[in-house]
Design a protein around this ligand. Structure first.
Ligand code: MIG
Length: 717
């Protein structure tokens, strides 16, 4: 083992010869004389290594990004292995991502990042309640231990290690409507008209797999989308961007130029004998681009131009764990076995084996062991050993492509599979959740962990992807998602789930929520961009700001940016909920930006009545929230007037960030410093322009004092 220091409090312990995942950006490091990993006890475990830490009874574990297991991850076991699994039930140990960064908070407080590209286990007190155990199957791994003044400070140091998060276009913060599928231009146009007629704001509509010709990547079926570029233009005229899906598997078909070019140049993953590896997804047999090969990545990135040339400005990358329905050779084996089982008496011993064989065709580890990459060093490496890097490098390929194709404008990009490092290239959505109440809570609990791992631009399928949603569930889910950077309603194979597909009342409730999203955009965008700039959380556990015993263990309230606390409703037929306030907060409750009521709530426990059409959120002490106007789509009008609601105790300060939302160059940003405080008994409000130009001409302050007074002030710029 070798030990290095990267910055104060950040130590790297290098065992053996680990694979360079490029999760950590180039950082100067100096070797230090440490013989043991701090906090963790190292032991040999077969061919691999095991690191253990004995937790104090009250230690808490935060982080681990996209995983089940709540905000406090203690008590469960997590397997870091990107998995295409659409049943996110409580016992699941892996979802689509590998996010192996966490903070132990308690007797000792420190962060751990396990930089390892293959399958690995984090047992957070599952096998033994007080033992945290990390197991890696071989002896080559980088372990980072991060110490800091606070949990926020630890996160900041970690994020500095892994580099800045991806920046989406501002319109990526609008409401987005998806379904598997709106298969034709006509269907898409209907969605847009439905939204616009009802005045429900909307910025994008998605194109799921059926837009392609025979599921061939980067093609558009002309019978379904005649004159595609003019349709794209027409939609833009209505304030709508179309977002096509891109799948990882490339259809094997003679005459399909992408397949032929990939074959000719050797850009696909290969078998042990250097043949092209074949796995099946939507189009049947597919070849898989070798995203670990920089040349293949460059080639793949360039392919997005086929769609950007037709006016497309955003994409989502799917099936990049990669998902494998089956491999033809294994399928052959199974068919043989089925045949030979004919006439057999399948009993307690043989039936389940038989059943597992037939139902277990997809995403088999044995299949992941059957293919190889040629990586940046020209080294042939088995996929299984670097499995978690596949989706990450697909997103990277796209993002590096955009840099060439449209360097000046931001491109919307998010992915299903990811691992640490991918946050520099795109966002993620949390995959195929279900229209279950428990999955609203899952969504709430996942968000802080994603922020910690740098995946700021993220969100869940609002309303739930699988199973039929009822109107109240979609309403409540939307009321939470209006605070997540990626706000997308998506479903597949279910009853229609667009806001207007339910009764008129429901459409009106959701409209109110979405309008609130657009009104809150100045705050949400400002917080997002500062979280990126400062390497802080966009969403965080309460424990990151409030260290009291109660706040630390809260699982259903989170912070959103620096000013807000959220306490979403996530249970069926609820007309309110219990909340805990760690300090006096302003409670905003309403149906829409205008139809609302604000009052001061004191520190402590409360029961809050919340109608099905109402959204509550809380403004922290000496904080403020900046709001704008409701628009049909982002950028419909310039932001000229800011409405700022202030919870004033002594002195409230806010840094308001804004930019044009499309430029990749962030120099065109503007920063306003807002201050509200007392001069004697008089309340004074100030706005100072500290950077760049702004279109804002007036700031309207609505100031709520601790004595429940409301004072209005206008400041002209
Ligand atoms: O396994 O493209 O998670 O969002 O609608 C199904 C069809 C493949 C999975 C994605 C989902 C998408 C669906 N895809």
């Amino acid at each position: 083992m070798k030990a290095y220091r990267l910055e104060k409090g950040v130590q790297l312990y290098r065992m053996g010869d680990p694979y360079n995942t490029e999760a950590v950006i180039e950082t100067p490091m100096t070797e230090i004389d440490e013989k043991e990993v701090r906090y963790l006890k190292k032991a040999l475990a077969g061919k691999g290594l095991r690191f253990t830490y004995t937790m104090d009874r009250d230690d808490i574990i935060f982080g681990l990004g996209e995983n089940m297991g709540g905000i406090n991850k203690r008590g469960k076991e997590y397997v870091s292995f990107c998995t295409d699994d659409y049943e996110h039930t409580e016992g699941k140990k892996s979802l689509y991502a590998s996010h192996s960064f966490f903070i132990v908070d308690g007797r000792d407080t420190f962060g751990v990042f396990i930089d390892y590209p293959g399958k690995m286990k984090i047992d957070a007190g599952f096998t033994h309640k007080d033992t945290l155990e990390i197991s890696v199957p071989n002896g080559d791994v980088d372990i980072y231990i991060i110490e800091g003044k606070s949990k926020n400070d630890i996160v900041k140091k970690f994020r500095r290690l892994i580099g800045k998060s991806y920046v989406p276009p501002k319109w990526g913060f609008g409401y987005q409507q998806c379904r598997w599928s709106y298969p034709t231009a006509t269907e898409i146009e209907k969605v847009v008209l439905n939204m616009r007629e009802r005045g429900i704001p909307c910025d994008t509509v998605y194109m799921d797999i059926d837009y392609m010709t025979d599921y061939k990547d980067f093609t558009v079926d002309e019978t379904k989308f005649p004159q595609f570029p003019s349709f794209v233009e027409k939609m833009k005229g209505m304030g709508i961007k179309l977002i096509p899906i891109i799948d990882a598997g490339v259809k094997i078909e003679d005459g399909y130029d992408i397949y032929e070019e990939g074959m000719e140049k050797g850009y696909f993953c290969t078998t042990a004998d250097d043949d092209t590896f074949v796995g099946a997804v939507w189009p049947g047999k597919c070849a898989f681009p070798d995203f670990l090969n920089p040349d293949a990545r460059k080639w793949w990135g360039g392919l997005y131009k086929r769609l950007t040339d037709q006016g497309i400005e955003g994409f989502w990358n799917d099936m990049n764990e990669p998902a494998l329905f089956y491999t033809p050779d294994h399928l052959e084996e199974v068919i043989e076995n089925v045949k030979s089982s004919q006439g057999e008496n399948l009993d307690i011993y043989s039936f389940f084996k038989f059943k597992d064989m037939v139902t277990g065709l997809s995403n088999r580890e044995e299949d992941y062991k059957k293919f190889w990459h040629v990586d940046k060093n020209g080294q042939k490496i088995n996929h299984y050993d670097v499995h978690n890097l596949y989706g990450y490098n697909m997103t990277r390929a796209a993002s590096e492509g955009f840099l060439e194709i449209r360097p000046d404008k931001r491109t919307l990009m998010f992915s299903r599979a990811s691992s640490i490092g991918a946050h520099r290239y795109g966002g993620i959505w949390t995959g195929d959740n279900k229209s279950w109440w428990s999955h609203i809570l899952l969504n709430i609990q996942m968000m802080p962990g994603l922020s910690m791992c740098g995946f700021l631009y993220s969100g869940g399928d609002t309303g739930g992807f699988g199973d039929d949603a009822d109107s109240e569930l979609v309403t409540r889910w939307t009321q939470f998602s209006i605070f997540t950077p990626l706000l997308r309603n998506h479903a597949g194979g279910t009853r229609p789930q667009e806001p207007y597909s339910f009764c008129g009342d429901t459409a009106a409730y959701i409209k109110g929520a979405v309008q609130l999203r657009y009104a809150l955009l100045p705050y949400l965008y400002s917080e997002f961009m500062k979280a990126r700039r400062d390497d802080t959380g966009y969403m965080s556990p309460l424990a990151f700001e409030y260290d009291d015993k109660r706040s630390k263990r809260i699982e259903d309230q989170i912070l959103c940016g620096d000013s807000l606390m959220l306490a979403p409703i996530y249970t069926q037929n609820a007309r309110g909920r219990y909340i805990y306030l760690p300090e006096d907060m302003l409670c905003w409750r309403g149906k829409s930006p205008e139809d609302r009521e604000i009052h001061m709530l004191r520190k402590g426990d409360h029961y809050l009545h919340v109608g099905v059409d109402e959204i509550p959120f809380f403004i922290r002490r000496d904080r403020m929230v900046a709001m704008g106007k409701v628009l049909n789509y982002v950028g419909e009008e310039m932001l000229r007037e800011l409405n700022v609601i202030v919870n004033l105790d002594k002195l409230a300060k806010y840094e308001f960030y804004d930019d044009d939302g499309v430029d990749t160059n962030l120099d065109n940003q503007s920063i306003l410093k807002l201050r509200v405080g007392y001069r004697g008994d008089e309340v004074v409000a100030k706005v100072e322009k500290t950077y760049g130009e702004t279109e804002i001409v007036v700031v309207n302050f609505e100031i709520h004092t601790n004595e429940n007074q409301v004072i209005h002030k206008k400041v002209y710029l």
